[in-house]
Ligand binder design. Structure first.
Ligand code: SAM
Ligand code: SF4
Length: 352
């Protein structure tokens, strides 16, 4: 075993959670992530046209040869787990676009010491892969679902895919994935009228639903604080409708504050990184699809692991490099402050 001991940053936080992006590409164009559709542009230009509009990110997709291979991803995961990271989440972009992703899942699931392997997906391709993913050892899956209305779903995601995503959620439950989570990014004037119906959906289907604040990570740099529906506002709306029972956090680094829905069926969680940052107990790092380590979602600096992986570095050399990188993890993000600088890449490239 290389690198005995945990990965710690200079603020005393012990890292436990690694998000691995498998691709920066996506088959959706969500208006909070890759707002390239006419509907997305109309939304921002229309209702929010009076707000300043900074320069969009020029979306540059990662060339194929720069994507980490399955062997490289598996090696990074193995070394990270040997350094005490115990939770791995596969994400993207859309992770199910990666060919033979179930083979990677099967390899990672075998990693000695790994406690938890999960995936975040938009769910569109899940029905064709669900069984093989489950057999490969995937236990937990989170789906993005921002609307229960077919037209609004299409407006938000750029794809007429509501039926497929609903089918995916049902199928994941039938196949015994647990928990099946659903993520909804709430944006003012686009889906804030659906807060209650999304919670009702979680209750009816006994799901864990996470309401997430809109963060400045979209490729159009169209985010403005006026569009954010705060966690406090979401909670007040839900409390007016449902008798909610608080759920104690299962670990000190949990990002969601949680409540059980009535009758013990389903729960909601609120993730409020903008209005109530949880940086002080953040235990995450990210590996991008092209092999960069990001120590914060909002990092403006990335640390390039790929040359080490491809340049013959030993396991010991890579673990030492990881220690040095993690030590530099940012204290906190600066969203909403005058010195805030958006990351140079959008959420689909960073790995949400
Ligand atoms: N494509 C997959 C999906 O959508 O679930 C995985 C990648 S996506 C980047 C991961 C998560 O990030 C999704 O739940 C999505 O809703 C969330 N996300 C993307 N852009 C965001 C933004 N600007 N603010 C808040 N959450 C965002
Ligand atoms: Fe694709 Fe996920 Fe980004 Fe939507 S949030 S565009 S599904 S990567």
């Amino acid at each position: 075993m290389t690198g005995a001991g945990s990965l710690v940053d200079s603020h005393g936080r012990i890292l436990r959670d690694l998000r691995v992006s498998l691709t920066d590409r996506c088959n959706f164009r969500c208006l909070y992530c890759l707002p390239e559709t006419e509907a997305a542009q109309n939304f921002y230009r229309g209702h929010w046209a009076h707000l300043p509009n900074p320069t969009p990110i020029v979306q540059q997709w990662v060339p194929r040869g720069n994507l980490l291979s399955f062997e490289e991803v598996e090696r990074v995961v193995r070394l990270a787990v040997s350094l005490g990271l115990e939770k791995i989440r596969l994400t993207g972009g859309e992770p199910l676009l990666r060919h033979d992703v179930e083979q990677l899942v099967a390899r990672i699931a075998q990693t000695p010491g790994l406690a938890d392997l999960a995936m975040t997906t938009n769910g569109f391709l899940f029905p064709s892969k669900a069984r093989s993913l489950r057999e490969a050892g995937l236990r937990r899956v989170s789906f993005s679902l921002d609307s229960l209305d077919r037209d609004n779903f299409r407006k938000i995601t750029g794809r007429d895919g509501l039926a497929e995503v609903l089918q995916s959620i049902r199928l994941a439950q039938e196949l015994g994935f647990h928990p099946v989570k659903v993520n909804a990014v709430i944006i003012r004037e686009i889906n804030d009228h659906e807060i209650e119906s999304l919670a009702e959906f979680a209750r009816t289907h006994d799901l864990s639903l996470r309401f997430i604040e809109f963060m400045p990570l979209d490729s159009a740099r169209a985010w403005q604080k006026e569009m954010v529906v705060s966690g406090t506002e979401v909670l007040a709306r839900l409390q007016a409708r449902f008798a909610l029972h608080p759920v104690a956090p299962d670990n000190p680094s949990a990002t969601a504050k949680r409540w059980r829905l009535p009758d013990g069926r389903g729960e909601i969680g609120i993730i409020a990184p903008v209005s109530e940052p949880f940086c002080g107990h953040c235990n995450r790092i990210r590996l991008t699809a092209d092999g960069k380590i990001r120590t914060c979602l909002f990092s403006v600096t990335e640390h390039d692991l790929r040359p080490h992986l491809r340049g013959g570095a030993s396991d010991e050399a890579i673990t030492e490099w990881l220690r040095a990188v993690v030590w530099q993890k940012e204290a906190r993000h600066h969203i909403g402050e005058p010195d805030f600088v958006s990351p140079p890449r959008s959420m689909s490239c960073i790995g949400g």
